[in-house]
Design a protein around this ligand. Structure first.
Ligand SMILES: C[S@@+](CC[C@H](N)C(=O)[O-])C[C@H]1O[C@@H](n2cnc3c(N)ncnc32)[C@H](O)[C@@H]1O
Length: 349
């Protein structure tokens, strides 16, 4: 999986257990990012819809969520990957922008990224394998990059891994049905199917994914945009249309409340950050106003449930503890009918 800010790696098994405990058959992963959580739901047999405004997330979702592994001929896929791996490098936009003007990849790998991405555009556009091959390229590039996991800057000294040769590998595809919905959640939320479980993991600060992962946006769009600054970010990063309300301190709380009101799901699970611009009480109030009978806040310390130590809401909604700062703690709100929330909490305990 690509290096991604806010990726819920540690929480994935917990979220999977919640989905199973409430016997969910359908789910939406609303801010899907890497699709890690959506993949866990799909692995457990749920029909999942994954949504995000980032174009690279949509490609990842088309690969892992919308592609049914049983429909893919692995021999053909492996042959295509071998062919793409054998292409000689042809320096182009990536080499110039991200290897010479900046230093995200070694030029030898940049030239191969250029050649492979050009071949994907010319020969695989429209093919069901396109998102699978493009995901494979993104993951391969991520394995040889020279960053700390954000594309706002590259390392002063080449990372050791950047000397490795780019190598496409077969993504681990999952059997089953699933869907991708691209676009801003405030525009797409009403078109989503009503589901048993919705998971929301919004950004909670000013750091924009569009600029943090501008190379992936460009690799997917393949539009050779003008770029600026030392980081060679896309010029359209300055365009208000690429900005998310969830990165705006003033607007975010109201947008989140609006989203929760419009979310059509029996059980709603929200990842929470104790440095968030929304307080615990405000988030609880929004979930209650959205019509949920029961709301609880749980905390997890490296996958272990530690909720009782830091605050939980009793069945009448009174706070019986408070959130305190614990290192490496992930917080999760669970909202829904009382019996479902009870089942969810028992499932993770
Ligand atoms: C914290 S990350 C989600 C990480 C994900 N749960 C994972 O494990 O990989 C937040 C995501 O929200 C997306 N996002 C931000 N604003 C959005 C908006 N207005 N509409 C849709 N997606 C948005 C970002 O592109 C980013 O992928």
């Amino acid at each position: 999986m690509i290096k991604y800010l806010g990726s819920k790696r540690a929480l994935v098994p917990v979220l999977g257990r919640i989905a199973s405990a409430v016997a969910a058959r359908t789910a939406v992963d609303l801010f899907t990012g890497t699709t890690r959580v959506a993949q866990e739901f799909k692995r457990r047999g749920l029909v999942v819809t994954a949504t995000d405004r980032a174009t690279y997330s949509q490609v990842l979702s088309d690969c892992y969520i919308a592609t049914d592994a049983t429909t893919v001929d692995l021999a053909v896929l492996d042959a295509e990957l071998a062919h793409l791996n054998s292409l000689p490098g042809t320096p182009g936009y990536v080499t110039r922008t991200f290897c010479e003007e900046a230093r995200y990849f070694q030029p030898k790998n940049g030239a191969r990224i250029d050649a492979i991405r050009d071949a994907l555009e010319a020969n695989y556009r429209g093919s069901p394998l396109f998102p699978v091959l493009l995901t494979s390229l993104m993951l391969a590039a991520d394995r040889v990059d020279s960053t700390t996991g954000l594309q706002m800057a590259y390392l002063k000294k080449w990372a050791a891994r950047s000397y490795n040769d780019l190598e496409l590998r077969r993504p681990v595809l999952l059997p089953g049905r699933g869907f991708t919905v691209g676009g801003d959640v405030l525009a797409t939320i009403d078109q989503l199917p009503a589901v048993d479980l919705m998971y929301l993991d919004p950004p909670y600060n000013q750091h924009r994914y569009f600029t943090n992962y501008h190379i992936w946006e460009t690799l997917v769009r393949w539009d050779a945009p003008p770029s600026y600054g030392i980081a060679r970010k896309r010029m359209d990063a300055r365009d208000p249309a690429t900005k998310s309300v969830f990165n705006n301190r003033q607007e975010m709380p109201a947008a989140m409340a609006d989203l929760l009101r419009r979310a059509r799901a029996t059980v709603v699970v929200v990842s929470y950050n104790d440095e968030s611009w929304i307080g615990v009480d405000a988030m609880t109030a929004s979930l209650r106003e959205a019509g949920h009978e029961e709301v609880r806040l749980l905390a997890f310390d490296s996958k272990r449930y530690v909720g009782a130590q830091i605050g939980i809401f009793n069945p009448s909604g009174e706070k019986v503890g408070s959130v305190s700062h614990l290192r490496n703690t992930e917080y999760v709100f669970i909202a829904g009918p009382l019996d479902a929330v009870d089942a969810a909490v028992a499932g993770v305990g």
